[in-house]
Structure formats: C-alpha cells, structure tokens
Design a protein around this ligand. Structure first.
Ligand code: ZN
Length: 152
C-alpha cells in the first residue's frame, strides 16, 4: 500500500478555490475544490472562526469518501518536515459538493489559510459524517456518482 501511495502521490495537484475539481477518477459535475494549495498558490490568509475550525476537525476525523484511494498529499508550504494527509473531505452545500484535502486543517492551523466563506457555511451546516442525513445531502447536491461509486 505504501508503494501505491508513493506512486500516486508523487505530485501535488493544485486547484484554485471554488474551481472544478477533476482530481478524482470518476465524473462528478458538482465537485468544487477548496484548499488545494501548492507552493505557488495565491491564497487568502487571516483568522478563522474557532467554531468553524472545531467543526472542520470533527468532519476530518473520519471523513466519508468514495471508495477510491488516490494517494497522499504533502504540504508544500512547510519549510521542514512537511505535514501529510491522504483523505479528502466532501461537504455538500447548496447544489455543490466542496472537496478539500485533509491537509486543509493543517493549512488553516499552521499557515493561516482562510477558506472562502461559502465553504465555512457549508462546514457549519454539514450533517454528521456517515449519517443518513449526510448521504441524503450528497445525493441532493449532485453527488449521485460519488455515492454510487462508494456502493459499487
Ligand atoms: Zn505545512
């Protein structure tokens, strides 16, 4: 498994916030990227609401994911001993599904990355991970291909 991660994770993929995320091997028109930062990214910094950060941590603890393993991400903003993450967080909200790498927690905590407000709102209203309400929210916001991928 480690070998596969090395193979797939050789390069970090960068997407500007709120642009379409084509990182995954399946089609999902509703997916919008948040927090896919690289060393060259232009991104907003500033204080985040502690309540938002706490909620994001909860969602990141055991995120629901489509049944595909895509390799790991490494933080390109750290000078030494970069943080790593391999899961992704899917947050359905108002007709879109925002997808952030697990490292978004680290970007906010360590590098003061400030995600777009719509993502903050999405996180604050997101149902519990893996709950029936969460699955319903995925389906209601264009995530049918995600959910069916998971069940396949
Ligand atoms: Zn870092």
């Amino acid at each position: 498994m480690d070998y596969i991660y090395t193979l797939l994770g050789a390069e970090m993929t960068e997407y500007a916030d709120l642009t379409k995320c084509s990182y995954f091997s399946f089609e999902c028109e509703a997916l919008l990227a948040v927090g896919w930062l690289s060393a060259n990214s232009q991104y907003e910094t500033g204080d985040s609401d502690p309540a938002f950060f706490a909620r994001l941590l909860e969602l990141a603890r055991s995120p629901w994911e489509p049944g595909v393993c895509m390799g790991y991400h490494e933080c390109e903003l750290c000078q030494f001993q970069p943080a790593m993450g391999k899961s992704n967080i899917f947050v359905p909200y108002q007709g879109s599904i925002y997808v952030a790498p697990e490292l978004i927690v680290h970007y906010i905590a360590a590098h003061r990355y400030k995600p777009p407000q719509v993502f903050v709102d999405a996180v604050m209203t997101c149902p519990e991970m893996n709950s029936m309400d969460y699955k319903k929210a995925l389906l209601a916001n264009g995530g049918r291909s995600l959910v069916s991928k998971r069940n396949a």
